[in-house]
Design a protein around this ligand. Structure first.
Ligand code: HEC
Length: 190
């Protein structure tokens, strides 16, 4: 036996015996330590932001402050086609940025939103021939006023605001309109 073995043989034997005798007791202790470690780790983590109702509320507040109530209607109902920045998709959904119809006489965009819009149009040299659905049964007069005010005052557009009373009047005046407006119908309706 070398000197080295001599020096370590005793503690080694002692440790082996300890392990053998207490193996059944050690396992639960080790598992408990491991679990405690995990919990300690979880506890240390800051709560994720999406789990913070106050933070979410602040976001909603910030959106409303930046775009008024119409921003919420736009994002929920119109952005899927006209996009969040209003620029649409060339050849499919026309841009609302600089749109003559959106920013001109408010009666026209009100008619479009109430009854829908369809048929061939040309915008900035691009042809469109799509169908926009009517919203008269889905949006209140106030919501239509809000969303049009948002569109007319966003992304560089600077047209007048639209109030709910104007929407009430256009809704009443066009209540017998069937189907979506075409561009010709719209322009000759003024
Ligand atoms: C499902 C897709 C879709 C949604 C949602 C939609 N639109 Fe449209 N919108 C269109 C299409 C398509 C046209 C063009 C129709 C055509 O080709 O004649 C259009 C045209 C318009 C125009 C005329 C723009 C121009 O310059 O000719 C306005 C204004 C408008 N939409 C406003 C809205 C508003 C406000 C909302 C939300 C309340 C909305 N749209 C939701 C598809 C959509």
């Amino acid at each position: 036996m070398s000197t080295c073995d001599d020096v370590f043989s005793r503690p080694k034997r002692f440790l082996l015996r300890l392990l053998k005798n207490y193996r059944s007791a050690l396992l639960p202790v080790l598992s408990a330590l491991l679990l405690a470690g995990c919990y300690a780790f979880v506890d240390d983590e800051a709560p994720p932001e999406w789990d913070d109702p106050a933070g979410a509320q602040q976001d909603v507040g910030a959106i409303a402050a930046a775009g008024g109530p119409g921003a919420g209607v736009f994002n929920a109902k119109c952005a899927v086609c006209h996009q969040m920045d209003g620029t649409g998709i060339p050849g499919v959904y026309p841009s609302l940025v600089g749109s003559e119809l959106a920013t001109g006489n408010p009666d026209l965009p009100i008619k479009i939103v109430l009854h829908g819009f369809q048929g061939p149009i040309e915008r900035n040299g691009t042809q469109y021939n799509g169908v926009m659905q009517p919203w008269k049964n889905d949006l209140s007069d106030q919501e239509i006023a809000d969303v049009l005010t948002f569109i007319r005052t966003s992304w560089g557009n600077s047209a007048s605001e639209v109030d709910a009373e104007t929407v009430v009047n256009v809704r009443e005046a066009t209540k017998s309109k069937a189907g979506a407006y075409t561009e010709e119908e719209l322009k000759s309706s003024l």
